[in-house]
Design a protein around this ligand. Sequence first.
Ligand code: SF4
Ligand code: SF4
Length: 421
Amino acid sequence: MPWPLPYVEKTWSVGHIEAISQTMPGRKESPKVLKIQLGLSCNYSCDYCSQRFVPHAEETTQADVPQFLHLLESSLERAPERIEFWGGEPLVYIKTLRPLAEALRQRYPDASFSIVTNGSLLNPEVNTWLDVMGFGVGVSHDGPGQPARGPDPLDDEASREGIMDLYRRLAPQGRISFNAMVHRTNTSREEIAKFFLQLTGDPSLSIGEGSFVDPYDVGGLANSIQSEQEAFEFRRQSLEEIRRGRIVHLDVARSRMQEWARSILERRPASVLGQKCGMDTANQVAVDLMGNVLTCQNVSAVAVAPNGQSHHIGHLSNLEKVALRSSTHWSHREECLNCPVLQACKGACMFLEGPLWTAACDNAYSDHVPFFVAAIEHLTGCAVYRIEGDLPEGRADVFGLKSQDQRSPRRKFIPIKVSNA
Ligand code: SF4
Ligand code: SF4
């Protein structure tokens, strides 16, 4: 079986989910996950990048590192378990990144370190440093869909050699993945898996991300699903690929199948669900080197969220006063309350609003519903093709089969109740 079901232990507890909104701001505390935003500069300009039109705050440099470290020391009550270093392209900031990461490694020897890079600036010397410092590295690359995203570092001899050198170093320890996004012209996870299997020749390959893009501007909208027909085709293709089991190299495929099985078998209530990225939780904190606390690593202290609130939500020196007003928990969105894929989707990007949020939601529904269907199929042996409920017809009729005779005597209907109550 491509999707073995694990023994399931109940993992959720009925706790207090802070359903954040403009009027019920999220709070922050000493973080388990610390995301350090080094700046939004990048040597590439990818088409659907969430940061493309985010105004840049004043650039920081290595001269700001000592002050930042001091601030961190006086503000944190516990060692972070994970520290992420974000750009832009983080290796554009290598002169800042090196002293920062080295000092943090001394202070927090047990913390995991990670970066996500476009790979173009990797070389044997940088790779040795990343390896010795214990970084986990995600290389953003869409595989066969890279041309629609932007420049391809694999077309440049030096970048390609840098990427493959790092892969050879870190892959045996499971510390590197290629992170591919699915979008309108890159719909096949099977083709993505084939591309990276061919590139690496590594049967234990792990591919990160693997979700459909959230749109943040016209570039993201152009890479979104454009019509109901496209949505049906994408859902059908995804289900076939899940059934064939050839997308097991994508972390997202394994984790979604497990998450659906888990949520159904545990009867996990929606009331314990936070947002998909976790940035609504108190113990995940994004900061820049000036100590400004941000909505997340993809924005800057001078950017304003679509709801008119600043993405600059407070300061590291006074975490108690941080107030996350720029974002909206899924439970405040009418569509999510009635949505059958909520358990895995968890509400798309929490700060999007208006047509961009609607497009993100449409992408997310078509992205998640084939996994929901596959998990039900796997658990019950029944094929799902229609979901009754307070849903638009283009969502209820999952695969666009309305024109077929739904009362065929060969079909047996077994109602399964799904509720986000
Ligand atoms: S698909 Fe849309 S409505 Fe459903 S949970 Fe995700 S964001 Fe909410
Ligand atoms: S709020 Fe979350 S989903 Fe939205 S851009 Fe930031 S990290 Fe991504």
